[in-house]
Ligand binder design. Structure first.
Ligand SMILES: Cc1ncc(COP(=O)(O)O)c(C=O)c1O
Length: 322
């Protein structure tokens, strides 16, 4: 038993409640249209800048909601999670905000700069294993041995509710949007977008984008099942090998379409954001734009919210900006 609400259903009310918790810690992020970028596609692209969050990615919203809803005893015991990057930073940031001990299991070969960033937020880093399954097992052991609350990066409703605050903001900023395009790893962001759009703008399509080198969420959505798929993408935030039940249950009913792009197309979108929108995005943060660039005909003349979910570009991504 954890002291986190064990919800199987997640609704718009949860997102509204989460938004008040998130707003106590973070200002809204900006959203801008860059005419030069819009001209490339022939659509009005509005970039929602989650790359400007203090941790460099949208995930911090979910973590603040999760920790903000824990009781004092649970906070005192602490939390443990597993991640290669932005989810780790998010939980570490929120744990520092709420004074909770935090342990993050990261892979043995974790990017050293991300390990340093997590440690700078005063979280413990346990380097263990090579893949998500190894890390999850180790985090489960640490949770059982220490009384830490185990946080699943994909199947925790509070994380989805928290990241939903980004879509509340976006649809208040641009209520007439025809579509919201969202990068997908586990699918928490896309699920949240679906719940918010269904309530505030039912005619607005939510479209997911995933790497064709790690298509587990995409294939799960098409098959209406939870599938495992090879995880061979170099795009960190999208590197997921299986479908997650909680986000898939929402995507199944609400997602309008799901696009696949190559890692090379994501790289091209990253460079376009740098040259046409003076924006430093990491690969996952550029994937939504990559989906639009792959199928411009589907967006011609429309007004689109493009989620730039993160800016934590790694050394290779920085080296390939030119
Ligand atoms: C920058 C960025 N964008 C998108 C995603 C995908 O989010 P989700 O796993 O909620 O689908 C992640 C996941 O870590 C991420 O870090």
């Amino acid at each position: 038993m954890t002291d986190i609400a064990q919800q199987n259903t997640l609704g718009f009310d949860d997102i509204q409640t989460a938004a008040t918790i998130v707003a106590a810690h973070l200002p809204p992020t900006p959203m801008w249209e860059y005419p030069q970028l819009s001209d490339v596609v022939g659509a009005r692209l509005h970039i929602k800048h989650e790359n400007t969050q203090p941790t460099g990615a949208f995930k911090v919203r979910g973590a603040l909601n999760l920790l903000g809803r824990m009781n004092p005893a649970g906070l005192a015991r602490g939390v443990v999670t597993y991640s290669t990057g932005n989810h780790a930073l998010a939980i570490a940031y929120a744990a520092r905000e709420f004074g909770a001990p935090c342990t993050v299991v990261m892979p043995e070969a974790a990017n050293p700069s991300k390990v340093r960033a997590v440690r700078a937020l005063k979280a413990e880093v346990a380097l263990h294993g090579v893949n998500m399954a190894d890390m999850e097992r180790h985090a489960t052991t640490l949770s059982a041995g220490n009384g830490f609350t185990l946080v699943s990066p994909g199947d925790t409703p509070e994380l989805i509710a928290g990241v939903g605050s980004a879509y509340l903001e976006a649809l208040h900023q641009l209520p007439a949007a025809d579509a919201i395009v969202v990068p997908v790893g586990a699918g928490t962001g896309a699920a949240a977008a679906c719940l918010v759009a269904a309530q505030l703008a039912p005619a607005c399509r939510v479209i997911g984008v995933q790497s064709s080198s790690a298509p587990a969420a995409h294939d799960s959505w098409r098959a209406r099942d939870l599938l495992h798929r090879p995880n061979e993408t170099t795009v960190e935030g999208l590197a997921t090998g299986r479908g997650f039940a909680v986000p898939q249950s929402v995507l199944r009913d609400h997602l309008a379409d799901f696009l696949l792009v190559t890692d090379e197309e994501i790289g091209a979108a990253r460079r376009l954001l740098a040259t046409h929108a003076h924006t430093l995005a990491e690969g996952a943060g550029a994937a939504a734009l990559a989906g639009i660039l792959r199928h411009p005909d589907r967006f011609t003349g429309q007004t689109i919210i493009v989620m730039c979910t993160g800016g934590n570009a790694g050394p290779t991504e920085l080296a390939t900006l030119g």
